[in-house]
Design a protein around this ligand. Structure first.
Ligand SMILES: C[S@@+](CC[C@H](N)C(=O)[O-])C[C@H]1O[C@@H](n2cnc3c(N)ncnc32)[C@H](O)[C@@H]1O
Length: 284
């Protein structure tokens, strides 16, 4: 019996011929120009694997045809799907919990000082675990009952936003939420999943927002902006623009929280260091 074997040098492992240098460069440029995302040369296999499902769905037979499609009349709509496919959305409830503890202490202090209106922004919220974790923590802060608390949660990916809005998570994810926060935050749904309760969803507004499109069309000021594990995908120029926008949109003494793998070092001096990866707006 003879077996048809594809040459490993020409096949990508996805069933399609490997992406060519020109096509990869086009995708690199589109991702950078539109979403600010830097795709290094080493990401070729990742792009092939992630774009694979788009080729199947559109019944295209090669990455070359896909790039032609992107450059054609339907390109702008397809770009949204390309970004959806390529972005990395890993997240979980109470990720980097020291940030959440830090905000809890700040909010307690603000409440003691008589503040009653709070606005928070989860920028790059992925499938919603970050804003829901904030909401779970906030409702436990002593004295917050009756205060005006709202969270804006944004992402460039429509796919993750849909999941975030549904608020339906596997029990294995839900069980990782500390017991004191879990109570009353979820209702069971069919045994394998649980859904965020309406009471918790009520104060969260999910919206699509591209962090590369500055200035942001946002009205109002925030007390804290969580922009964690997002800027790692961007170049220095975009990181600086995001930090400037965060500064503009924060109340005096407001907090900017970035991921532990990220830093504001060398990009900005308008923030003071509060604790690792948590910065306070110091200059108005
Ligand atoms: C790794 S997740 C981080 C989620 C959450 N902040 C956390 O720390 O767990 C990164 C998110 O950034 C989003 N993202 C990437 N580029 C973006 C852009 N240009 N504008 C807005 N969001 C973007 C991705 O879609 C993804 O959901």
């Amino acid at each position: 019996m003879t077996t048809m074997m594809a040459s490993p040098t020409t096949m990508s492992g996805t069933g399609y011929e490997a992406i060519g240098a020109k096509e990869f460069a086009t995708i690199q440029k589109l991702m950078h120009d539109h979403a600010g995302i830097v795709l290094k040369e080493t990401k070729q296999a990742l792009v092939e694997a992630r774009v694979n499902s788009r080729l199947r769905l559109l019944a295209l037979s090669s990455y070359t045809e896909y790039v032609q499609y992107l450059e054609g009349a339907k390109g702008e709509d397809e770009l949204v799907h390309l970004i959806d496919a390529i972005t990395t959305n890993v997240t979980h409830f109470f990720r980097e919990p020291d940030h959440i503890d830090c905000l809890q202490q700040e909010v307690a202090g603000w409440l003691e000082a008589g503040k009653r209106k709070f606005r928070f922004w989860s920028a790059g919220c992925s499938t919603g675990e970050e804003p829901y974790s904030l909401a779970m923590m906030l409702r436990q802060v002593q004295g917050i009952e009756g205060a005006d608390v709202r969270i804006l949660a944004t992402d460039v990916s429509t796919r993750v936003l849909k999941k975030a809005m549904a608020g339906r998570y596997r029990l294995s994810k839900v069980e990782a939420v500390p017991e004191q926060y879990r109570r009353g935050a979820f209702s069971p749904d069919g045994g394998t999943h649980a859904v965020i309760t309406d009471a918790l969803k009520r104060n969260i507004l999910f919206r699509r927002l591209n962090l590369n499109a500055t200035p942001y069309p946002i009205e109002g000021m925030f007390d804290a902006i969580f922009c964690r594990n997002v800027m790692i995908y961007f170049d220095r120029e975009l990181r600086a623009r995001i930090i400037n926008e965060a500064h503009r949109l924060l109340n005096p003494n407001g907090l900017l929280v970035v991921g532990h793998a990220e830093t504001l070092l060398g990009v900005d001096s308008k923030f003071g260091f509060l604790q690792p990866s948590v910065y306070r707006k110091v200059n108005a």
